[in-house]
Design a protein around this ligand. Structure first.
Ligand SMILES: Nc1ncnc2c1ncn2[C@@H]1O[C@H](COP(=O)(O)OP(=O)(O)O)[C@@H](O)[C@H]1O
Ligand SMILES: [Mg+2]
Length: 242
């Protein structure tokens, strides 16, 4: 038997239900998923199929109603317990989970979520500053990442002076700042025209090649999903059989 490939994350029998009035609505239903490390995964599905809830669980922004979410760690803290390569998010308290989220996971959102009063460098440096990194070091790393995403010449610009595609690339630089191993992108091309969307997808494929990244991108855009290495189809909270 060949050894199983390293995993970046794993879902085991995950369910996520929401209370809507008296009714319990299942957004995700008994999902299993072994997220192979170092790959670009797309999760495709119509609006309402559970894509965002899935991403929030993977990034530790939310907890499952039932089942387990496990995440690989690159930055193993000094005080970590047994060196289990995959850690069960359920076993972590809120503070530990917040720390894990800041260091291991980068988020890119459909509507960028940049702070309008900060320029590109300051936006990209923000997670580092929040994590106590010295300002000059944070700035240097942010500038380096802006070069990486092709925006070195825009580093002093404010979000409103940038195109949508440029904003999304600043947001990607920000997501990469703490050096996460897992990049989670929720409809990253959803607010972009075709050309700008392609720029962002191009950037993702370069990140895959040049960095040791795992990307999980959820999208209902078939063209965007095609650029990924593996496409998984979600429908009403379940995987569609392949
Ligand atoms: N925070 C929430 N509270 C209540 N219901 C939610 C919440 N997040 C998602 N849902 C429900 O879960 C289902 C799937 O989530 P949704 O975000 O619509 O998926 P997608 O990202 O695929 O469009 C929907 O029925 C939605 O109403
Ligand atoms: Mg969504």
């Amino acid at each position: 038997m060949s050894p199983s490939p390293p995993l970046s994350a794993e879902l085991r029998q995950v369910e996520r239900c929401y209370q809507r009035g008296q009714e319990e609505v299942a957004a995700l239903r008994t999902l299993d998923w072994k997220v192979a490390q170092g790959r670009w995964h797309a999760v495709r599905g119509p609006s309402g199929s559970g894509k965002s809830p899935l991403l929030h669980l993977l990034g530790g922004l939310d907890r499952p109603t039932r089942g387990q979410v496990l995440l690989a760690r690159r930055h193993i803290p000094e005080d970590a317990g047994p060196r289990d390569p995959l850690i069960d998010l359920h076993a972590m308290d809120d503070e530990a989970l917040a720390r894990l989220r800041r260091t291991e996971v980068g988020f890119v959102f459909q509507s960028f979520h940049l702070l309008p009063t900060l320029n590109a460098t300051e936006n990209a440096a923000l997670p580092l500053l929040l994590d106590g990194v010295r300002e000059s070091d944070a700035r240097q790393r942010a500038e380096h990442l802006l070069e990486t995403v092709g925006l070195g010449h825009r580093r002093g610009h404010f979000p409103e002076e940038l195109s949508g595609g440029e904003r999304q690339r600043v947001a990607t630089a920000r997501a990469l700042a703490p050096g996460p191993s897992l990049l989670l992108a929720d409809e990253p091309t959803g607010n972009l025209d075709r050309v700008q969307g392609l720029e962002v997808l191009e950037l993702f494929s370069r990140l895959m090649a040049d960095h040791d990244m795992t990307i999980v991108m959820v999208t209902h855009d078939a063209l965007a999903a095609e650029r990924a290495e593996q496409v998984h189809e979600l429908d009403d909270g379940r995987w569609l059989p392949r």
